[in-house]
Design a protein around this ligand. Structure first.
Ligand SMILES: [Cu+2]
Length: 491
Protein backbone atom coordinates (compact mmCIF):
# COMPACT_ATOMS: atom_id res chain seq x y z
CA UNK A 1 0.00 0.00 0.00
CA UNK A 2 1.25 3.50 -0.73
CA UNK A 3 2.02 5.53 2.32
CA UNK A 4 -0.63 8.26 2.57
CA UNK A 5 1.06 10.14 5.32
CA UNK A 6 3.92 12.24 4.16
CA UNK A 7 5.63 15.36 5.28
CA UNK A 8 4.80 18.32 3.11
CA UNK A 9 8.42 18.89 2.24
CA UNK A 10 8.90 15.26 1.30
CA UNK A 11 5.74 15.36 -0.74
CA UNK A 12 6.88 18.38 -2.69
CA UNK A 13 10.32 16.85 -3.15
CA UNK A 14 9.15 13.48 -4.39
CA UNK A 15 5.77 14.05 -5.91
CA UNK A 16 5.58 17.69 -6.88
CA UNK A 17 3.30 18.56 -9.72
CA UNK A 18 5.45 17.33 -12.59
CA UNK A 19 6.67 14.25 -10.78
CA UNK A 20 3.15 13.51 -9.57
CA UNK A 21 1.96 13.57 -13.14
CA UNK A 22 4.54 10.94 -14.04
CA UNK A 23 3.51 8.76 -11.13
CA UNK A 24 -0.03 8.41 -12.39
CA UNK A 25 0.71 8.49 -16.10
CA UNK A 26 0.19 5.32 -17.98
CA UNK A 27 2.62 3.83 -20.42
CA UNK A 28 0.17 1.26 -21.65
CA UNK A 29 -1.09 0.83 -25.18
CA UNK A 30 -4.20 2.93 -24.59
CA UNK A 31 -2.10 5.98 -23.80
CA UNK A 32 0.08 5.34 -26.82
CA UNK A 33 -2.99 5.93 -28.98
CA UNK A 34 -3.04 9.55 -27.89
CA UNK A 35 -0.61 11.95 -29.47
CA UNK A 36 0.51 13.26 -26.13
CA UNK A 37 0.56 11.68 -22.70
CA UNK A 38 -2.08 12.79 -20.23
CA UNK A 39 -1.00 14.48 -17.00
CA UNK A 40 -2.88 11.80 -15.05
CA UNK A 41 -4.38 8.45 -15.91
CA UNK A 42 -7.08 6.88 -13.80
CA UNK A 43 -7.89 3.22 -14.34
CA UNK A 44 -11.28 2.07 -13.14
CA UNK A 45 -10.62 -1.54 -12.26
CA UNK A 46 -11.65 -4.35 -9.98
CA UNK A 47 -8.86 -5.15 -7.56
CA UNK A 48 -8.20 -6.81 -4.22
CA UNK A 49 -7.74 -4.40 -1.33
CA UNK A 50 -6.21 -5.49 1.93
CA UNK A 51 -7.94 -3.65 4.76
CA UNK A 52 -6.16 -5.71 7.46
CA UNK A 53 -3.77 -8.68 7.40
CA UNK A 54 -5.59 -11.56 5.71
CA UNK A 55 -8.67 -9.40 5.31
CA UNK A 56 -8.84 -8.93 1.58
CA UNK A 57 -11.87 -7.48 -0.20
CA UNK A 58 -12.58 -7.13 -3.87
CA UNK A 59 -13.85 -3.78 -5.07
CA UNK A 60 -13.96 -1.52 -8.08
CA UNK A 61 -11.12 0.93 -7.47
CA UNK A 62 -9.12 3.70 -9.02
CA UNK A 63 -5.73 2.35 -10.10
CA UNK A 64 -6.15 -0.83 -8.07
CA UNK A 65 -5.83 0.89 -4.73
CA UNK A 66 -8.01 2.38 -2.02
CA UNK A 67 -8.32 5.27 -1.75
CA UNK A 68 -7.62 6.30 -5.32
CA UNK A 69 -4.34 8.21 -5.76
CA UNK A 70 -4.21 11.76 -4.43
CA UNK A 71 -4.50 13.97 -7.49
CA UNK A 72 -2.74 17.22 -6.85
CA UNK A 73 -3.61 20.05 -9.19
CA UNK A 74 -2.70 23.73 -9.40
CA UNK A 75 -5.51 26.25 -9.38
CA UNK A 76 -6.34 27.28 -12.94
CA UNK A 77 -3.52 25.30 -14.55
CA UNK A 78 -5.00 23.09 -17.26
CA UNK A 79 -4.75 19.33 -16.78
CA UNK A 80 -5.49 16.40 -19.04
CA UNK A 81 -6.79 13.21 -17.48
CA UNK A 82 -7.27 9.89 -19.22
CA UNK A 83 -9.97 7.76 -17.62
CA UNK A 84 -9.75 4.13 -18.62
CA UNK A 85 -12.62 1.88 -17.70
CA UNK A 86 -11.46 -1.70 -17.36
CA UNK A 87 -14.80 -2.92 -16.02
CA UNK A 88 -17.90 -4.35 -17.74
CA UNK A 89 -20.05 -1.38 -16.67
CA UNK A 90 -20.20 2.13 -18.14
CA UNK A 91 -18.95 4.59 -15.54
CA UNK A 92 -19.07 8.25 -14.60
CA UNK A 93 -16.21 9.96 -12.77
CA UNK A 94 -17.42 13.04 -10.92
CA UNK A 95 -15.09 15.91 -10.01
CA UNK A 96 -16.82 16.74 -6.76
CA UNK A 97 -16.65 20.40 -5.71
CA UNK A 98 -15.05 21.67 -8.89
CA UNK A 99 -16.36 24.38 -11.18
CA UNK A 100 -16.19 22.44 -14.43
CA UNK A 101 -18.43 22.14 -17.50
CA UNK A 102 -21.22 19.57 -17.84
CA UNK A 103 -19.12 17.68 -20.38
CA UNK A 104 -16.44 17.08 -17.70
CA UNK A 105 -18.46 16.95 -14.47
CA UNK A 106 -19.18 13.23 -14.57
CA UNK A 107 -22.94 13.22 -14.20
CA UNK A 108 -25.10 11.45 -16.78
CA UNK A 109 -28.03 13.52 -15.52
CA UNK A 110 -26.23 16.63 -16.80
CA UNK A 111 -25.30 14.94 -20.07
CA UNK A 112 -21.69 13.99 -19.38
CA UNK A 113 -20.83 11.09 -21.74
CA UNK A 114 -20.24 7.76 -20.02
CA UNK A 115 -16.80 6.17 -19.98
CA UNK A 116 -17.84 3.02 -21.85
CA UNK A 117 -17.22 -0.44 -20.43
CA UNK A 118 -13.70 -1.37 -21.56
CA UNK A 119 -13.46 2.07 -23.10
CA UNK A 120 -11.77 5.34 -22.33
CA UNK A 121 -12.23 9.08 -22.22
CA UNK A 122 -9.75 11.93 -22.22
CA UNK A 123 -10.81 15.13 -20.49
CA UNK A 124 -9.13 18.51 -20.13
CA UNK A 125 -10.08 21.15 -17.58
CA UNK A 126 -8.78 23.95 -15.40
CA UNK A 127 -9.01 22.86 -11.75
CA UNK A 128 -10.82 25.23 -9.39
CA UNK A 129 -11.65 26.32 -6.77
CA UNK A 130 -8.53 25.60 -4.68
CA UNK A 131 -8.61 23.31 -1.66
CA UNK A 132 -9.71 19.80 -0.83
CA UNK A 133 -12.00 18.27 -3.48
CA UNK A 134 -12.44 14.67 -4.51
CA UNK A 135 -13.31 12.36 -7.34
CA UNK A 136 -15.79 9.54 -7.15
CA UNK A 137 -18.15 7.51 -9.27
CA UNK A 138 -21.49 9.08 -10.05
CA UNK A 139 -23.16 5.85 -11.13
CA UNK A 140 -26.40 4.99 -9.44
CA UNK A 141 -26.36 1.76 -7.50
CA UNK A 142 -30.01 1.23 -6.64
CA UNK A 143 -30.26 -2.14 -4.91
CA UNK A 144 -26.79 -3.25 -6.13
CA UNK A 145 -24.57 -2.71 -3.11
CA UNK A 146 -21.38 -3.36 -5.08
CA UNK A 147 -22.01 -0.43 -7.43
CA UNK A 148 -21.89 3.36 -7.13
CA UNK A 149 -20.05 4.69 -4.14
CA UNK A 150 -20.52 1.45 -2.22
CA UNK A 151 -17.50 0.43 -4.32
CA UNK A 152 -13.97 1.71 -3.83
CA UNK A 153 -14.25 4.48 -6.40
CA UNK A 154 -13.20 7.39 -4.21
CA UNK A 155 -10.01 9.43 -4.24
CA UNK A 156 -8.87 12.81 -2.88
CA UNK A 157 -8.05 15.85 -4.99
CA UNK A 158 -6.08 18.77 -3.67
CA UNK A 159 -5.95 21.96 -5.69
CA UNK A 160 -3.09 24.14 -4.55
CA UNK A 161 -3.90 27.81 -4.54
CA UNK A 162 -1.67 30.15 -6.50
CA UNK A 163 -0.21 31.49 -3.28
CA UNK A 164 -0.03 29.07 -0.38
CA UNK A 165 -0.55 30.56 3.07
CA UNK A 166 -1.05 28.52 6.22
CA UNK A 167 1.14 27.76 9.14
CA UNK A 168 1.62 24.05 9.54
CA UNK A 169 4.42 21.53 9.49
CA UNK A 170 2.89 18.74 7.47
CA UNK A 171 -0.23 17.49 5.77
CA UNK A 172 -2.06 14.21 6.32
CA UNK A 173 -4.89 13.10 4.05
CA UNK A 174 -7.54 10.83 5.58
CA UNK A 175 -10.29 9.13 3.60
CA UNK A 176 -13.05 7.55 5.70
CA UNK A 177 -14.84 4.61 4.09
CA UNK A 178 -16.90 1.56 4.99
CA UNK A 179 -16.95 -1.73 3.11
CA UNK A 180 -19.22 -4.77 2.74
CA UNK A 181 -22.61 -3.05 2.87
CA UNK A 182 -25.67 -4.96 3.99
CA UNK A 183 -29.34 -3.99 3.85
CA UNK A 184 -31.10 -3.57 7.15
CA UNK A 185 -34.52 -2.45 8.33
CA UNK A 186 -33.43 0.27 10.66
CA UNK A 187 -30.54 2.65 11.02
CA UNK A 188 -28.49 3.49 14.06
CA UNK A 189 -27.27 6.79 12.70
CA UNK A 190 -26.91 9.45 15.38
CA UNK A 191 -29.48 12.21 14.85
CA UNK A 192 -28.89 14.61 17.70
CA UNK A 193 -25.46 16.13 17.12
CA UNK A 194 -26.33 19.19 15.02
CA UNK A 195 -26.73 22.75 16.29
CA UNK A 196 -28.81 24.82 15.96
CA UNK A 197 -31.23 22.06 16.86
CA UNK A 198 -34.55 23.85 16.23
CA UNK A 199 -37.02 21.79 14.26
CA UNK A 200 -40.04 22.98 12.29
CA UNK A 201 -43.42 22.03 13.76
CA UNK A 202 -45.19 21.69 10.40
CA UNK A 203 -42.40 19.60 8.88
CA UNK A 204 -42.43 17.33 11.91
CA UNK A 205 -46.19 16.87 11.86
CA UNK A 206 -46.18 16.19 8.10
CA UNK A 207 -43.31 13.69 8.29
CA UNK A 208 -44.62 11.87 11.34
CA UNK A 209 -48.14 11.63 9.88
CA UNK A 210 -46.79 10.16 6.61
CA UNK A 211 -44.72 7.59 8.49
CA UNK A 212 -47.59 6.67 10.77
CA UNK A 213 -49.95 6.20 7.80
CA UNK A 214 -47.43 3.95 6.04
CA UNK A 215 -46.84 1.76 9.10
CA UNK A 216 -50.61 1.57 9.70
CA UNK A 217 -50.95 0.05 6.21
CA UNK A 218 -48.61 -2.71 7.37
CA UNK A 219 -45.50 -1.43 5.58
CA UNK A 220 -42.15 -2.28 7.18
CA UNK A 221 -39.56 0.45 7.66
CA UNK A 222 -37.71 1.14 4.41
CA UNK A 223 -34.26 -0.37 3.93
CA UNK A 224 -31.16 1.22 5.39
CA UNK A 225 -27.57 0.19 4.79
CA UNK A 226 -25.10 -1.03 7.41
CA UNK A 227 -21.48 -2.15 6.98
CA UNK A 228 -19.22 -4.90 8.13
CA UNK A 229 -15.87 -3.14 7.84
CA UNK A 230 -14.74 0.41 8.56
CA UNK A 231 -11.49 1.96 7.36
CA UNK A 232 -9.39 5.09 7.24
CA UNK A 233 -7.23 5.24 4.12
CA UNK A 234 -8.33 1.71 3.35
CA UNK A 235 -7.01 0.17 6.60
CA UNK A 236 -8.91 -0.90 9.68
CA UNK A 237 -7.90 0.69 12.99
CA UNK A 238 -4.66 -0.83 14.22
CA UNK A 239 -3.78 -2.39 10.86
CA UNK A 240 -2.34 0.59 9.00
CA UNK A 241 0.75 2.72 9.53
CA UNK A 242 0.25 4.97 12.54
CA UNK A 243 0.43 8.71 12.00
CA UNK A 244 3.80 9.43 13.58
CA UNK A 245 4.06 12.87 15.13
CA UNK A 246 6.43 14.95 17.23
CA UNK A 247 5.50 17.07 20.18
CA UNK A 248 4.87 20.68 19.12
CA UNK A 249 4.16 19.82 15.50
CA UNK A 250 1.17 21.41 13.80
CA UNK A 251 -0.37 18.77 11.55
CA UNK A 252 -2.87 19.80 8.89
CA UNK A 253 -5.42 17.04 8.39
CA UNK A 254 -7.42 16.92 5.17
CA UNK A 255 -10.35 14.64 5.96
CA UNK A 256 -12.78 13.31 3.38
CA UNK A 257 -15.90 11.33 4.17
CA UNK A 258 -15.91 8.92 1.22
CA UNK A 259 -18.86 6.92 2.55
CA UNK A 260 -21.78 6.06 0.33
CA UNK A 261 -24.29 6.63 3.09
CA UNK A 262 -22.82 7.35 6.52
CA UNK A 263 -22.18 10.44 8.59
CA UNK A 264 -18.92 10.14 10.51
CA UNK A 265 -17.42 11.73 13.60
CA UNK A 266 -13.81 11.97 14.74
CA UNK A 267 -12.03 12.82 17.96
CA UNK A 268 -8.41 12.64 19.10
CA UNK A 269 -8.23 12.39 22.90
CA UNK A 270 -6.53 15.39 24.52
CA UNK A 271 -6.38 17.38 21.29
CA UNK A 272 -8.42 20.02 19.47
CA UNK A 273 -9.09 20.53 15.80
CA UNK A 274 -8.61 24.06 14.50
CA UNK A 275 -10.92 23.96 11.50
CA UNK A 276 -9.39 25.99 8.68
CA UNK A 277 -11.54 24.93 5.73
CA UNK A 278 -14.89 23.25 5.08
CA UNK A 279 -15.28 21.43 1.77
CA UNK A 280 -11.89 22.89 0.81
CA UNK A 281 -12.95 26.52 1.27
CA UNK A 282 -11.21 28.58 4.00
CA UNK A 283 -13.58 29.51 6.81
CA UNK A 284 -13.85 33.12 8.09
CA UNK A 285 -13.36 32.00 11.70
CA UNK A 286 -11.02 29.02 12.22
CA UNK A 287 -12.50 27.90 15.57
CA UNK A 288 -11.12 25.08 17.72
CA UNK A 289 -13.43 22.12 18.33
CA UNK A 290 -12.99 18.82 20.21
CA UNK A 291 -15.01 16.72 17.75
CA UNK A 292 -15.56 16.74 13.99
CA UNK A 293 -18.79 15.63 12.35
CA UNK A 294 -18.57 14.99 8.63
CA UNK A 295 -21.56 14.25 6.42
CA UNK A 296 -21.29 12.00 3.40
CA UNK A 297 -19.01 13.71 0.83
CA UNK A 298 -18.09 16.59 3.15
CA UNK A 299 -14.47 17.52 3.71
CA UNK A 300 -12.79 19.19 6.67
CA UNK A 301 -9.30 20.64 6.80
CA UNK A 302 -8.12 21.12 10.36
CA UNK A 303 -4.83 21.78 12.13
CA UNK A 304 -4.01 19.78 15.25
CA UNK A 305 -1.25 21.01 17.51
CA UNK A 306 0.45 17.94 18.88
CA UNK A 307 0.92 18.74 22.55
CA UNK A 308 -0.36 15.73 24.44
CA UNK A 309 2.27 12.97 24.02
CA UNK A 310 1.13 9.39 23.95
CA UNK A 311 -0.28 6.78 21.62
CA UNK A 312 -3.85 7.73 20.75
CA UNK A 313 -6.76 6.62 18.64
CA UNK A 314 -8.06 9.21 16.21
CA UNK A 315 -11.41 7.57 15.83
CA UNK A 316 -15.14 7.66 15.32
CA UNK A 317 -17.29 8.33 18.37
CA UNK A 318 -19.49 5.31 17.57
CA UNK A 319 -17.92 2.50 19.64
CA UNK A 320 -19.17 -0.20 17.31
CA UNK A 321 -17.87 1.44 14.14
CA UNK A 322 -14.52 2.28 15.77
CA UNK A 323 -14.07 -1.25 17.05
CA UNK A 324 -14.80 -2.49 13.52
CA UNK A 325 -12.08 -0.29 12.11
CA UNK A 326 -13.05 3.40 11.93
CA UNK A 327 -9.92 4.95 13.35
CA UNK A 328 -6.20 5.44 12.95
CA UNK A 329 -3.42 5.45 15.54
CA UNK A 330 -1.55 8.69 16.27
CA UNK A 331 1.82 7.90 17.80
CA UNK A 332 4.18 10.46 19.32
CA UNK A 333 7.92 9.96 18.83
CA UNK A 334 9.46 7.66 21.46
CA UNK A 335 6.07 6.74 22.90
CA UNK A 336 4.76 3.21 22.79
CA UNK A 337 2.03 1.05 24.23
CA UNK A 338 -1.58 0.28 23.48
CA UNK A 339 -3.37 3.10 21.67
CA UNK A 340 -5.73 4.93 24.02
CA UNK A 341 -9.28 6.09 23.37
CA UNK A 342 -11.09 8.49 25.64
CA UNK A 343 -14.72 9.25 24.95
CA UNK A 344 -15.14 13.00 24.41
CA UNK A 345 -17.73 15.08 26.24
CA UNK A 346 -20.98 15.59 24.30
CA UNK A 347 -20.45 18.19 21.64
CA UNK A 348 -22.80 19.60 19.01
CA UNK A 349 -21.54 20.33 15.53
CA UNK A 350 -22.43 23.86 14.50
CA UNK A 351 -21.26 25.21 11.14
CA UNK A 352 -21.88 28.75 12.39
CA UNK A 353 -18.92 28.35 14.81
CA UNK A 354 -16.75 28.98 11.76
CA UNK A 355 -18.84 31.78 10.23
CA UNK A 356 -18.34 35.52 9.98
CA UNK A 357 -19.47 37.28 13.11
CA UNK A 358 -22.49 39.60 12.76
CA UNK A 359 -22.43 39.69 8.99
CA UNK A 360 -25.43 39.02 6.78
CA UNK A 361 -25.52 37.60 3.31
CA UNK A 362 -26.65 39.77 0.39
CA UNK A 363 -30.32 39.46 -0.61
CA UNK A 364 -30.99 36.91 -3.37
CA UNK A 365 -32.58 37.70 -6.73
CA UNK A 366 -34.91 34.75 -6.36
CA UNK A 367 -35.81 32.10 -3.76
CA UNK A 368 -36.53 28.46 -4.58
CA UNK A 369 -38.53 26.49 -2.04
CA UNK A 370 -37.83 22.80 -1.82
CA UNK A 371 -39.53 20.33 0.50
CA UNK A 372 -37.89 16.93 0.91
CA UNK A 373 -40.13 14.00 1.83
CA UNK A 374 -39.87 10.27 2.41
CA UNK A 375 -42.35 7.78 1.02
CA UNK A 376 -41.65 4.93 3.43
CA UNK A 377 -40.68 1.60 1.78
CA UNK A 378 -42.56 2.67 -1.39
CA UNK A 379 -40.03 1.44 -3.95
CA UNK A 380 -39.77 -2.33 -3.51
CA UNK A 381 -38.98 -1.92 0.15
CA UNK A 382 -36.70 1.08 -0.35
CA UNK A 383 -37.80 4.54 0.72
CA UNK A 384 -38.76 6.76 -2.18
CA UNK A 385 -37.59 10.36 -1.86
CA UNK A 386 -39.25 13.40 -3.34
CA UNK A 387 -38.45 17.07 -3.84
CA UNK A 388 -41.70 19.09 -3.92
CA UNK A 389 -43.57 15.83 -4.42
CA UNK A 390 -41.50 14.67 -7.41
CA UNK A 391 -39.13 11.69 -7.33
CA UNK A 392 -36.32 11.90 -9.90
CA UNK A 393 -36.89 9.15 -12.49
CA UNK A 394 -35.16 5.84 -11.71
CA UNK A 395 -34.33 5.34 -15.38
CA UNK A 396 -31.11 6.79 -16.71
CA UNK A 397 -32.92 9.11 -19.09
CA UNK A 398 -32.28 12.79 -18.62
CA UNK A 399 -35.08 14.41 -16.67
CA UNK A 400 -36.74 17.76 -17.31
CA UNK A 401 -35.11 20.50 -15.22
CA UNK A 402 -37.34 21.75 -12.41
CA UNK A 403 -35.60 25.02 -11.58
CA UNK A 404 -34.43 27.70 -14.00
CA UNK A 405 -31.48 30.03 -13.57
CA UNK A 406 -30.23 33.18 -15.25
CA UNK A 407 -26.50 33.63 -15.40
CA UNK A 408 -25.12 36.11 -12.89
CA UNK A 409 -28.11 36.06 -10.53
CA UNK A 410 -27.96 35.11 -6.87
CA UNK A 411 -30.34 32.35 -5.83
CA UNK A 412 -31.45 31.15 -2.43
CA UNK A 413 -32.62 27.57 -1.93
CA UNK A 414 -34.89 27.19 1.08
CA UNK A 415 -34.59 23.50 1.92
CA UNK A 416 -37.30 22.02 4.11
CA UNK A 417 -36.80 18.51 5.43
CA UNK A 418 -40.09 16.72 6.12
CA UNK A 419 -38.25 13.56 7.19
CA UNK A 420 -36.40 12.53 10.33
CA UNK A 421 -33.22 11.67 8.39
CA UNK A 422 -30.21 13.96 8.08
CA UNK A 423 -29.51 14.76 4.44
CA UNK A 424 -26.07 15.75 3.16
CA UNK A 425 -27.32 17.89 0.28
CA UNK A 426 -24.97 18.58 -2.65
CA UNK A 427 -24.97 21.04 -5.54
CA UNK A 428 -22.88 20.24 -8.61
CA UNK A 429 -20.49 22.63 -10.42
CA UNK A 430 -21.17 25.52 -8.02
CA UNK A 431 -20.37 26.37 -4.41
CA UNK A 432 -22.97 27.80 -2.08
CA UNK A 433 -22.98 30.00 0.99
CA UNK A 434 -24.79 28.95 4.16
CA UNK A 435 -27.19 31.81 4.93
CA UNK A 436 -29.69 30.36 7.40
CA UNK A 437 -29.40 27.21 9.50
CA UNK A 438 -32.57 26.15 11.31
CA UNK A 439 -33.61 29.75 11.82
CA UNK A 440 -30.15 31.16 12.61
CA UNK A 441 -28.78 33.60 10.05
CA UNK A 442 -25.18 33.13 9.04
CA UNK A 443 -22.75 34.08 6.29
CA UNK A 444 -19.25 33.52 4.97
CA UNK A 445 -19.23 29.71 4.94
CA UNK A 446 -18.83 28.38 1.43
CA UNK A 447 -19.55 24.68 0.84
CA UNK A 448 -20.79 22.20 -1.72
CA UNK A 449 -22.43 19.75 0.72
CA UNK A 450 -24.39 20.65 3.85
CA UNK A 451 -26.06 18.42 6.41
CA UNK A 452 -29.73 19.27 6.84
CA UNK A 453 -31.09 17.86 10.08
CA UNK A 454 -34.37 15.99 10.54
CA UNK A 455 -37.40 18.32 10.31
CA UNK A 456 -35.10 21.31 9.89
CA UNK A 457 -34.95 24.14 7.41
CA UNK A 458 -31.74 25.58 5.92
CA UNK A 459 -31.10 28.27 3.38
CA UNK A 460 -28.19 28.22 0.99
CA UNK A 461 -27.30 30.87 -1.61
CA UNK A 462 -25.37 30.48 -4.83
CA UNK A 463 -24.42 32.61 -7.80
CA UNK A 464 -25.38 31.15 -11.17
CA UNK A 465 -21.90 31.47 -12.64
CA UNK A 466 -21.38 28.20 -14.51
CA UNK A 467 -24.01 27.73 -17.24
CA UNK A 468 -25.39 24.32 -18.11
CA UNK A 469 -27.48 21.63 -16.48
CA UNK A 470 -26.72 21.43 -12.79
CA UNK A 471 -27.61 18.50 -10.58
CA UNK A 472 -28.74 18.99 -7.00
CA UNK A 473 -29.12 15.92 -4.82
CA UNK A 474 -28.79 14.26 -1.48
CA UNK A 475 -25.36 12.60 -1.35
CA UNK A 476 -26.66 9.63 0.65
CA UNK A 477 -26.53 6.97 -2.05
CA UNK A 478 -29.79 5.30 -1.00
CA UNK A 479 -31.57 8.63 -1.09
CA UNK A 480 -30.20 9.92 -4.42
CA UNK A 481 -30.76 6.59 -6.14
CA UNK A 482 -34.39 6.51 -5.04
CA UNK A 483 -35.53 9.91 -6.17
CA UNK A 484 -33.71 12.61 -4.15
CA UNK A 485 -32.34 14.57 -7.11
CA UNK A 486 -33.40 17.50 -9.24
CA UNK A 487 -31.94 19.56 -12.07
CA UNK A 488 -31.35 23.27 -12.57
CA UNK A 489 -30.91 24.67 -16.03
CA UNK A 490 -29.90 28.08 -17.33
CA UNK A 491 -32.38 29.91 -19.50
CU1 LIG B 1 -30.69 12.16 1.95
Amino acid sequence: MPRRVESRRAFLRTTGFAAGALLFSSKNTFAAQEKTAADYTVHIKVAPIEIAPNQILTATTYNGQFPGPLLRFKEGQQVTVDIINETDTPEQLHWHGQKVSTDIDGSAEEGTPYIPAHGRRRITFKPSPPGLRFYHTHSRAGADLSAGQYSGQVGPVYIDRKENPGCYDREVFLVLKEFEPILSRGGDMPQDFLAPSATDKILKETGEAAMKASLAKGMPHGYEVGYKFFTINGRMLGHGEPIRVKQGERVLFHILNGSATEIRSLALPGHFFEVTALDGNPVPNPARVPVLWIGTAERISAIVEMKHPGVWILGDLADDDRSHGMGVVVEYASRSGKPQWVKPKPFRWDYTNFAKRSATAPAPDEIFDMTFAKDNAAEEGFNRWTINGVAYPMSNEMATPSFHLKEGKRYRVRMRNASDDIHPVHLHRHSFELTNLAGTKTSGIIKDVVMLGGYQQHEIDFIADNPGLTLFHCHQQLHMDFGFMTLFDYT
